[in-house]
Structure formats: C-alpha cells, structure tokens
Design a protein around this ligand. Structure first.
Ligand code: SF4
Ligand code: SF4
Length: 437
C-alpha cells in the first residue's frame, strides 16, 4: 500500500481551518487509515496515492490551507475521480467524500481551472440544454437522424468520433413524456406517487420508463409525472455547477410537492441520490431549506419502493440466468443493494448469479466516459469480463448511465447479452402472467 501524502499545517492554514464551516471540518475527519484504497477504482487501476480517496483528501486539505494551488496536476487528480462514493461507503470515520468532491469541483469550475473549450461546451449543456426538456427532445431527434444518416458511417472512420458514437445506444423512435393526467391502476388506489422523468431516460430508455409505470400501477399506485419537473441536476452537481443545480432542485421541489404525492419514485440511481440530497444542497436557502428536506424525505429508488410494498407477486415465468450490476449511486450513495436482488429473486424461473465486483464502478459515471475516456474504457472492460464470466443471458441494473456503458462494452466484444433495468424484468413477468403464460 502506498504511504499517505504528508501535509504540513502552517499558521495561515490553521486560521483558514478555524474560520471554516462544517464543510471544511469534514475534510479533517480523515484519519489516513487507508481502508478506502482497495475499493477505489482509480487507485486500483493506477496504484497511485494521488488517485486514491485518501490522496485526494490530502490534496483538498493542501489547497484549503494554501500550501498547494489548484494546478493542472491537482485538477487532473480530482477530475479522474469517478465520484462513485465507494470510498464513502467503507470509511469508518464517516468522511462524506461525495460532498467534498462536489465542493472541490465547484471550486475548480468557479476558478476557471478547466480548458476553455470544455468549459464552454459543458456550460452550454449544463445551462442551456439539461434544464429544458423540449430542447433535449429536439437535440435527441437530430441525433437520431444523424444515427440513421451516412454521416454516422463516416463518423465510424474517425477515431475520436467513433469512440463517442460507440457509447450511444440506437435511439428509439418514441420518447416517454411527463403528462397532465396521472396513470391509473386497474383496481383500488393504494398510493399516489410522483415519478421522475429526468433528462436521459425518457429519451434513450423510454421502454424502461413505460415498464416502471406499468409495474407501479400493477401495484396499486396512481402515478403522477408532473409537467413542471426538470432534470434532477446530478450532472451539473458533479460537474461543479452548483448554482444551476440549486435552480433545478427548486423547480423539482415545487413540481413534486405541488403534486401532493406520497412518495417520489426514481428509476435512475444517480438522480435518486441527487434528489435525496436536495435537503443538504439547499440548507442555506431560507425559502427552500424546509421544503427541500420534505422533498428529499419523499424520494425513493423504484427498487427500494417496490421491495417495501407487499408486492403483487409476479406469476409469469422468466427462465433466464441474470446477473445484477450495482449502480454506484444506488449501492454506495443510497446504500440500496438488497432490494433489487429481492425483486429479481421474486420472479419465477429467474436464476440470479452474482458477478465478481458487482458494486465496482463500470466507468459510466455521468459524463465521465466522454471526459475521461481511457479510464472509463478500462473500467468498462473489467465489468464486461465480470459479466461474461457469470454465463448470464441478461445483466440487470438500475441506472441509465450503467445501462449504456454495459451495452457499449458488450457490443464491442460482440456479446448478445441483454442489458436492462430490474423493473423491465418484473414488468415482463407481470405481462406473461396477464397473458396466462
Ligand atoms: S477510509 Fe476514511 S478515514 Fe480512512 S483514509 Fe479513507 S477517507 Fe480517510
Ligand atoms: S469517489 Fe470513487 S473514484 Fe473517487 S476517490 Fe472515492 S472511490 Fe475513488
């Protein structure tokens, strides 16, 4: 194991520390024990202390104490972090690494420490695309046209473009859309729930969203998909755009609280994790602090929600060998690992086989695959090897980014293994049941 980075605390650093708030105190919870090293994907790949949670925390402290500047090298170490929070889940000192890294990314973005082109592109995406569902739909339609045009074929001959194109799943002709009228269950209404539509899922994985609605209504839920909602803001938050994240959080808080729902169900692990933390995100906002806490308390991952219900038992058989990939923001950030497995085991005929390192990051991590292609690809290849070793016919997961990364990795090796969300399998079992098979 590499030794920890040594830091010298000068008088100026101590003064900074003493005047700092709780966020800074979190930095000093790390006792350098190193228990997080062997779960950190970037440390495991590189063997470098500076690419480990402990090393990154030491660098954050050094920057905070003005012993080191936010140099390109320091920024590089921070940017290689996947924000997977595997370190946070095993830390005995309770270091909230996710929050520390979010604050660091905001500091990096605030000081303009990223290349200009990337700053402009991300600024456009974060501020002018993600918060606007109509613009997102329009751009996805253009992308779909591009996918079917000769330009796509040309792109496959340009290495940089080929890499980006290989991450993109074939886009379906229909989108899932928020709507005014709730989806109604066939029988009695047991609960009224809100469903986050989000940014990527309704466009790239409409079938998953439709399956989520059918499974919820089958279980007696009236499902509201408020028109006024927007993207959860997770990509902005991880990219250091805290200001826009807070704006989007306020919109979602109003949209879901106004809908008068008993729970806000989320089928994307990354979005659920971000929304469960709206209370923390808006803790200093006098108008929204309390409302944000209320909303966060209502947020629940769809697998967690269904596993807590007296679930309508699926009767249709799915004779499939299935393995499950834990999304980082479900396993490490929300600490939900048993619920998706419980749902899969409830399906008659389905055999659940565990893959090696199921909860290690697959390399998707939001925009990471575009920004850190080499590390993303390495991690994706390890994940594909783990999936292939199980002999499974299907890999189930619970996050759109993981689904796309797994699909891309399996496509590259020519594997026919299907990738889907846990609720899609549950939905299929219900549909077979309804058809009397
Ligand atoms: S496990 Fe926690 S306390 Fe130990 S080195 Fe890692 S971050 Fe620090
Ligand atoms: S968030 Fe993930 S990649 Fe980043 S330091 Fe922690 S374990 Fe490593």
């Amino acid at each position: 194991m590499a030794s920890p980075i040594r830091v010298k605390v000068g008088s100026q650093g101590l003064a900074t520390l003493q005047s700092a708030g709780a966020k800074d105190a979190d930095l000093y919870k790390c006792v350098h024990c190193g228990l997080c090293l062997n779960v950190c994907p970037t440390y495991l790949e590189t063997g470098l202390e500076t690419e480990s949670p402990r090393g990154r925390i030491a660098l954050m402290k050094a920057v905070r104490e003005s012993r080191v500047g936010l140099t390109p090298r320091v920024v590089g170490h921070m940017e290689l972090c996947l924000q997977c929070r595997a370190c946070e889940a095993v830390c005995p000192s309770g270091v909230p690494f996710g929050r520390l890294m979010e604050a660091t990314r905001e500091q990096i973005a605030g000081q303009g420490r990223v290349p200009l082109v990337r700053r402009v592109v991300l600024g456009l995406v974060f501020r002018h695309v993600l918060p606007y569902p109509r613009r997102l739909r329009f751009l996805t339609k253009l992308l779909r046209l591009y996918q079917r045009s000769p330009l796509w074929w040309l792109g496959q001959r340009l290495p940089g473009l080929k890499r980006l194109q290989s991450q993109l799943p074939p886009l379906a002709p229909t989108f899932f859309r928020p709507r005014t009228e709730p989806f109604q269950p066939e029988g009695l209404v047991r609960m009224r729930v809100g469903l986050l539509s989000g940014c990527v899922m309704p466009l790239a994985q409409a079938a998953t969203m439709e399956a989520a609605v059918r499974v919820l209504t089958r279980n007696g839920c009236q499902v509201v998909v408020p028109l006024a909602q927007t993207c959860c803001g997770a990509l902005n938050l991880h990219g250091g755009d805290g200001v826009q994240t807070r704006r989007m959080a306020r919109l979602n808080i109003d949209a879901f609280l106004d809908a008068g729902v008993d729970a806000v169900v989320v089928a994307s692990a990354g979005c659920g994790s971000a929304m469960k933390e709206y209370g923390y995100l808006l803790r200093d906002d006098p108008a929204y602090a309390d409302k944000a806490k209320c909303l966060s308390a209502l947020v629940v991952d769809i697998t967690e929600f269904l596993a807590r219900l007296p679930l309508v038992a699926p009767q249709g058989r799915l004779p499939l060998r299935v393995t499950y990939q834990d999304p980082c923001h479900l396993a490490h950030a929300q600490r939900v690992t048993a619920a998706p497995r419980q749902l899969l085991r409830s399906i008659p005929g389905l055999e659940l086989v565990e893959m090696e390192n199921a909860s290690r990051c697959c390399g998707a991590a939001g925009l990471y695959s575009a920004l850190q292609p080499q590390m993303s690809r390495q991690l994706g290849e390890h994940k594909v090897e783990s999936v292939l070793a199980t002999g499974a016919q299907v890999v189930a997961t619970a996050n759109p980014g993981c689904m796309m990364q797994l699909q891309a990795g399996l496509r590259r090796v020519g594997s026919p293994i299907r990738v889907c969300h846990v609720v899609e399998l549950l939905d299929e079992a219900y549909l077979q049941d309804a058809q009397g098979q």
